[in-house]
Design a protein around this ligand. Structure first.
Ligand SMILES: C[S@@+](CC[C@H](N)C(=O)[O-])C[C@H]1O[C@@H](n2cnc3c(N)ncnc32)[C@H](O)[C@@H]1O
Length: 271
């Protein structure tokens, strides 16, 4: 299958190293969402933008062999890795599909979860309305987005800012504007999609790096890759050097450092 365009194409190219560079990040974030969604054995669960399965795994554990957990992702290579990794769990299925138009039957899931995906979609409100329609009455939905982050991480990201097209600045996960800039903004999105009992929980996660090179490696392995790909290749060495110099300033005696990030969990229920 051809590589998709846009952000899903970026994730397709990142897929081989995504969540594999030794920085516990997507799994701890997703584990928090799985806990809050409290899936019960036998439930039918949908993970939208499942990536390599950070959320699929705890959902599948909770749903158990009598449940059914479907993961969808637009990046075929992400879906391929997830399908391979969960081949041993008969309750898990992974498909290539678009979160904006999943093409699934209405009222067919007890739980819909989506970790770090909504802000990448062209029309998050329309997507959420579609996701709500997939839930049975009383079904639960939960998404994760990013809250405030370590100031030093912002400084690193700012190296790329002058190079980024406006559409990417808007899509920035820790945006200063738009619905993803506040708890209220994301809660409103869920409420407008027809969900009730909408609420927010927070957790702080920590990304630990061995050294500055490790941060560079991590930055290529996930959504931040879009920043690299927005910069002409001949500028990469200079940008890399700036990133290394800045990150070296953060290191302790062994060169290691860590950044904190607040994660926002927004939950709701179909009436
Ligand atoms: C930051 S990753 C999160 C993956 C996974 N949920 C996790 O927590 O590790 C975002 C994922 O959204 C997927 N994605 C982006 N746009 C999508 C779309 N329109 N439909 C489905 N998946 C999409 C990407 O391919 C990528 O796997």
């Amino acid at each position: 299958m051809a590589t998709p365009d846009g952000i899903a194409g970026v994730f397709d190219r990142a897929a081989d190293t995504y969540d594999e560079v030794g920085v516990p990040w997507f799994r701890p974030i997703a584990a928090g969402l799985a806990e809050l969604l409290a899936v019960r054995p036998g439930e039918r669960v949908l993970d939208i933008g499942c990536g390599r399965g950070a959320l699929l795994e705890p959902l599948a554990d909770a749903a158990g062999p009598t449940g059914r957990v479907l993961g969808i992702d637009l990046a075929p290579r992400m879906a391929h890795h997830a399908a391979e990794d969960f081949r041993h769990l008969p309750q898990v299925e992974v498909r290539v599909a678009d979160a904006s138009a999943p093409g699934l039957p209405r009222s067919s899931f007890d739980v819909v979860g989506s970790s770090l995906v909504l802000f990448f979609l062209p029309d998050p409100a329309a997507a959420l309305a579609a996701w709500t329609g997939l839930l049975v009455d009383g079904g639960r939905l939960g998404v994760t987005t990013f809250g405030p982050q370590d100031e030093r991480w912002r400084e690193i990201d700012a190296i790329f800012t002058p190079h980024l097209p406006q559409r990417l600045l808007d899509a920035r996960t820790s945006g200063q504007r738009g619905p993803f800039a506040s708890d209220d903004g994301v809660e409103r999105l869920l409420g407008d999609a027809g969900l009730t009992d909408v609420r927010t929980a927070h957790r702080t996660v920590e990304a630990a790096f061995r050294d500055a090179e490790h941060l560079v490696e991590f930055s290529w392995s996930h959504g931040q890759r879009v920043m690299w790909e927005s910069v002409p290749e001949h500028e990469h060495p200079a940008l890399r050097q700036r990133m290394l110099d800045m990150a070296r300033g953060f290191g302790d005696a062994s060169g290691g450092f860590s950044f904190t990030q607040q994660v926002r969990y927004t939950l709701g229920r179909r009436p």
